[in-house]
Design a protein around this ligand. Structure first.
Ligand SMILES: C[S@@+](CC[C@H](N)C(=O)[O-])C[C@H]1O[C@@H](n2cnc3c(N)ncnc32)[C@H](O)[C@@H]1O
Length: 326
């Protein structure tokens, strides 16, 4: 496995030195939290002897400037159409949002990742979510594999679309509990990484992480047959994890992935009743008034009514024409 894109360096200067403009398809990154005195471990119920030392923090007073600088590099190295997911706690979220707003990157979603093991508190609500800022770089084709995880007509037991549910912007994903294993202080769960990588990249694409920590992004990316690379400033973490990543078998996770069911759309080919046309039309108008684009609304209608895209688009166009005549 090629390891030439892994660097034990500061990501800002390192990007300038090693990574050409527009060369990365997807960035998934989880910058240091800038929490002073590094008290994070006190909140968690776990044995610190298994946490790899050398997690490098950024002083609070430097956080805004630091963030602006790495975000600019991220923007530069992304290819036009490339995607970036930034995981951030609440403390310095404002700096991440401001830095992203200063670039040409386009906000697509502000996702909420709800996890278990919230930070314990008694006199206030328990913090149990992170923010994930999903942006794309204008000027090229964006990879978004809508049906890579759930097919168009797959339903939950109570008849809701699994695909729609998987693409809602609140993600319930548990942190991994790894007793007795060496870990980085804030290791991202595999399930979370798989989801971002499946939606926003294809096999062979380059998935990059500016703050590798335990190399979790890179390990999952390689196991999904993507190329990977990134930066980690800590010598001890880098040395340990570079050895670990050599053990990852490229593509090994692919066979464990759920296979989406792209079975024939339920009602495809069946005649439309007047009733069904009426329901589709009402639902279409509701979706449009709720802010959905025409294309987005048609996509939802296909899922909800078990019909193909072409048929729904045709019915909507006919009904639009009729409603204009009326
Ligand atoms: C929140 S952790 C990343 C955790 C990682 N996503 C994982 O799942 O293990 C942030 C990492 O950034 C590293 N770091 C801090 N400053 C850095 C810099 N200027 N360049 C590269 N890495 C840095 C820290 O040592 C730490 O390992």
């Amino acid at each position: 496995m090629p390891l030439e894109l892994f660097f034990n360096e500061d990501c800002i200067e390192g990007c300038k030195r090693h990574i050409p403009d527009g060369s990365v398809d997807l960035i998934i990154t989880d910058p240091p939290y800038g929490i002073s005195g590094d008290t994070l471990h006190k909140h968690y119920n776990r044995k610190e002897e298994f946490v790899i030392d050398g997690y490098i923090e950024v002083p609070q007073e430097d956080y805004a400037e630091f963030t602006r600088n790495w975000v600019r590099q991220a923007e530069r190295i992304l290819r036009p159409g490339g995607s970036i997911y930034v995981v951030s706690g609440y403390t310095h979220l404002i700096h991440v949002l401001n830095s992203l707003a200063e670039t040409s990157l386009r906000e697509v979603n502000h996702l909420i990742w709800k996890y278990n093991f919230g930070v314990f508190t008694q006199k206030k609500f328990v913090s149990s979510h992170y923010h994930i800022l999903y942006y794309t770089k204008p000027g090229g084709t964006v990879t978004f594999n809508t049906y890579s995880r759930y097919g168009n007509a797959e339903k939950t037991e109570d008849n809701r679309s699994l695909n729609y549910q998987d693409r809602e912007d609140v993600w319930f994903i548990n942190k991994e509990y790894k007793p007795g294993q060496a870990k980085n202080k804030n290791e991202l769960p595999k399930e979370l990484l798989i989801k971002m990588i499946q939606y926003s990249s294809n096999e062979e694409d380059l998935v990059f992480d500016l703050f590798l920590g335990s190399f979790s992004t890179a390990k999952v990316a390689i196991a999904l047959n993507r190329q990977s690379g990134g930066f980690e400033l800590s010598k001890s973490a880098f040395r340990h994890q570079l050895n670990e990543i050599k053990k990852v078998n490229p593509g090994s996770l692919l066979k464990e992935l759920r296979v989406p069911n792209h079975a024939a759309i339920e009602r495809q080919g069946k005649l439309w009743t007047e009733d069904e046309r009426g329901h589709v039309w009402n639902r279409y108008q509701d979706l449009r008034s709720a802010g959905a684009t025409k294309k987005g609304a048609i996509e939802i209608l296909c899922e909800e009514f078990g019909r193909g895209r072409f048929a729904v688009a045709k019915v909507i166009s006919n009904l639009e024409a009729t409603s204009k005549e009326d």
